[in-house]
Design a protein around this ligand. Structure first.
Ligand code: C2E
Ligand code: MG
Ligand code: MG
Length: 759
């Protein structure tokens, strides 16, 4: 059906061309009247079909009905040869109504399709119509008045109609220039109106007697217009004629400006260059220019007001955080700056609190981002309520808030303020999702002349202190002092140097043997990273591994360590330094496990070192089972499927639950050295180790005791049937080059089995 009406729409265009040509070329008034009747009748038929098939917007079709009936009856009345003055007035009124309906319809369409700026479009149309009216008066109506003695009402009506046509033209231009999606219906409707306006122009030209156009030619555009109206009604795209579309990126502002300026300039030029022909002309000119001036003034005032309002709202939105409505970083800096400027002569020491919501990422990950947003809104609200009115609260980014109190006089007042904020989180936040407890880490920085030189400084210091609060275990307050800056700088230096450590070959691996307690054999090694900085300082892994982890450098460094460690083991096996089935344990950080390439990296290291997967142990900490466990589980399963085995390092220091141990593909527990430490002396440590070993046994897991430093500890382990151990007692971590002598030394002593008698 819709295909058929689309075809019918295109057929209407063909008919429009043919009938218009016949009408214009054949100067036979009878034939032309018949063509006119056919054209009028088909519009009515198309209107009915269009409404039934295309279901245009309900608000549109009554207007269309009215429009077409006005147009047709006006043409009929006007077309009668015996038309009297009264019927002329009726016809002109109907023509004017047609234009007014068109204007109303176009305003509605422009508003619906392009949205927004409707008032200024209407104001511009008004100016243009006034300008057009002036030209029409000057070019057509005034001369026509002098030629025929028609009554003034007709002339005035015609002038108004033509001025309205100018608005129609302008609105059409706005619609076409501003529309990103010009459907066939938009084009067809625009063409129909344009042709009808062309007809009006020919008619007016004839009336003014400036140029005579034959009636068959003058009326031809109306015929085209009627067929195009039918084409519009029949085309299925008429359905969306009044629906909103994407507007063009660049609004046709320039075009509008040119049009409105010409509407102003042309009347002024005409006024300057011509003299009024009579008193009526003088009066009309004066009134027209006066009204035009008022319209322009109103438009300018409106524009200026609108743009200043816009500017104001832009400034506000640029300085406010959209989520919480609090001042953003920029505005907070301005507030701090102002407070610092006044501080000196007011004898005050403004304080900045840097507040970071603890574990906010966990809230986002577990409850979803909209709950995360709700938490931030609730935190903002809490802060507003908890603090007195002199404090300014702002949101700097993500989960970071800043409080500025410009009135504090001493550091203890600042601490009290921070405590009040900390306390305000003791009550849970009530969200739509239910109650949520949050805590915050707070850094406090108090203005000190000489130390704080700018607003940026004060916030940075508070931020540094906040990190110290986080390090101290979160949910607490830390006060900035200068030593913190040194630490930050030092850390920054380590971070920068670490980026280049790998390519400068400053990293190396040492290895610590792992022995079988029963046999006394070296059954494997753990690879441990060492970093010798350019200037000779040794940075401990406990310091640089967390930084590497945080910055992500651990990913390339870890890949290097993996290949290096396996290559070492391959070398030792080939040289007969260790057993053929000796294993290599490599430490792996959570960040590496979350790297999508990690399985491929392990695979490649195994292939390049020609080591079977079964001889590689990867040591992970309990933490990986807690943060993002699904992703870690997926990676560990893939690795396990390759044949690689997984050990839980530092077991007992984290929070792993039995269910995690069962779910994860784990093959070994490494009992942390803190438990081994007290093994020989402390009975509770001993029973803990015993429990861990029993649990590992029942889960079918291998056990290694870490950090064995004394013979007593080793005896105790042997007692508890712990099968494997590593520690300084057996060997310190050694360089690959000294591994041969280390292993030989251990074999030679062969003392471990002889420890058994105690058993
Ligand atoms: P870890 O994996 O638990 O390694 C054991 C740590 O205990 C090593 O410290 C080792 O030198 C030390 N150790 C061995 N025997 C004894 C002993 O009898 N007594 C005492 N007190 N300590 C002993 P190290 O080499 O300083 O490494 C510290 C941590 O840094 C490692 O703990 C591991 O978590 C991490 N790490 C080291 N190398 C790497 C690496 O290549 N990648 C990753 N991701 N982490 C690494
Ligand atoms: Mg380890
Ligand atoms: Mg360990």
């Amino acid at each position: 059906m819709s295909k058929a009406v689309t075809r019918a729409a295109w057929l209407m265009i063909a008919l429009a061309v043919i009938t218009t040509a016949v009408h214009a070329l054949v100067n036979d008034s009878d034939l032309n009247r018949i063509i006119y009747l056919i054209a009028s009748a088909q519009v009515v038929v198309a209107l009915i079909i269009g409404i039934v098939v295309n279901h245009p917007d309900r608000r549109v079709w009554p207007a269309l009905l009215l429009l077409i009936s006005c147009l047709l009856s006006a043409q009929l009345i006007d077309g009668r040869s015996s038309a009297s003055n009264t019927s002329h007035i009726t016809a002109e009124t109907l023509f004017l109504m047609v234009q007014l309906i068109l204007i109303a319809g176009l305003i509605f369409t422009v508003q619906r399709r392009l949205g927004g700026d409707a008032i200024s479009v209407v104001a511009d149309s008004l100016i243009i119509s006034l300008g057009a009216w002036f030209i029409i008066w000057f070019a057509f109506i005034n001369p026509a008045r002098e030629i025929s003695q028609e009554i003034f009402a007709i002339t005035a009506l015609r002038g108004a109609t033509l001025a309205a046509s100018a608005i129609v033209v302008f609105m059409l231009a706005t619609l076409l220039l501003g529309d990103a999606e010009r459907t066939p219906a938009v084009w067809l409707a625009t063409s129909a109106i344009t042709f009808s306006l062309l007809g009006d122009l020919f008619y007016a030209t004839n009336q003014s007697a400036r140029l005579m156009i034959s009636e068959s030619v003058a009326n031809a555009p109306y015929i085209t217009s009627l067929f195009l109206v039918s084409a519009t009604l029949l085309h299925p795209s008429v359905r969306t004629l009044a629906s909103h579309v994407a507007t063009r990126q660049r609004q046709p502002l320039l075009g509008r400006l040119v049009l409105t300026t010409s509407a102003l300039v042309i009347p002024v030029v005409v006024l300057a260059m011509t003299d009024p022909t009579n008193d009526v002309d003088r009066l009309v000119r004066t009134i027209s220019i006066f009204v035009l001036a008022i319209a322009v003034t109103a438009r300018v005032v409106f524009s200026v007001r609108a743009s200043s309002l816009l500017q104001q709202s832009l400034i506000i939105s640029a300085q406010t955080d959209a989520l919480t409505g609090l001042p953003n970083r920029g505005l907070m800096l301005e507030h701090v700056s102002a407070a610092l400027n006044n501080a000196l002569y007011e004898g005050r020491t403004p304080t900045a609190l840097f507040i970071d919501v603890d574990r906010f990422k966990n809230i986002n990950d577990s409850l979803g981002h909209s709950a995360g947003d709700d938490v931030l809104i609730a935190v903002a609200q809490r802060l507003r309520v908890a603090l007195h009115d002199n404090c300014v609260v702002g949101r700097i980014s993500g989960d970071e808030f800043v409080v500025l109190d410009s009135a504090t006089k001493t550091a203890s007042e600042a601490v009290l303020l921070a405590d009040r904020v900390l306390e305000s989180f003791h009550e849970p936040l009530s969200l739509r999702q239910g109650d949520v407890f949050v805590s915050a880490s707070i850094g406090v920085a108090v203005f000190r002349p000489g130390v704080t030189s700018s607003a940026d400084d004060l916030l940075r210091h508070a931020d540094t202190a906040m990190y110290r609060a986080k390090d101290a275990g979160r949910n607490c307050v830390a006060i900035f002092d200068e030593s913190m800056l040194e630490r930050v700088n030092q850390r920054l230096a380590v971070e920068t140097a670490l980026y280049r450590a790998l390519e400068r070959r400053e990293l190396r691996l040492v290895h610590q043997p792992i022995i079988d307690i029963d046999l006394g054999d070296v059954i494997g090694f753990e690879a441990l990273m060492r970093w010798d900085m350019e200037d000779g300082t040794n940075v401990s892994p406990a310091e640089f591994i967390p930084i590497a982890e945080e910055t992500g450098i651990i990913v390339p460094i870890g890949a290097w360590a993996l290949l290096q460690a396996l290559t070492h083991l391959r070398g030792w096996i080939n040289e007969g330094i260790c057993r053929l089935d000796a294993t290599m344990s490599v430490n792996v950080s959570p960040r590496q496990l979350h790297d999508p390439n990690f399985v491929a990296v392990v695979n490649e290291a195994l292939m390049r070192s020609h080591m079977p997967a079964e001889q590689l142990w990867l040591e992970v900490t309990e933490g990986v089972m807690i943060t993002q466990p699904e992703q870690a589980l997926d990676t560990l399963r893939k690795l396990s499927a390759l044949g690689v085995r997984i050990a839980i390092d530092d077991f007992g220091t984290g929070y792993s639950s039995l269910s995690f141990l069962q779910r994860f593909p784990i093959h070994r527990l490494k009992i942390d050295k803190t438990f081994i430490n007290g093994l020989a002396t402390d009975t509770s440590a001993r029973s803990l180790v015993k429990t861990i070993i029993a649990m590992a046994d029942s889960l079918g897991l291998d056990v290694v005791a870490e950090g064995v430093e004394t013979v007593q500890q080793l005896h105790a382990l042997a007692d508890l049937q712990c099968s494997k151990a590593q520690g300084y007692l057996i060997s310190y971590p050694v360089t690959p080059e000294t591994m041969a002598s280390t292993v030989a030394g251990l074999d030679e002593i062969g003392k471990w089995p002889r420890l058994r008698p105690l058993n």
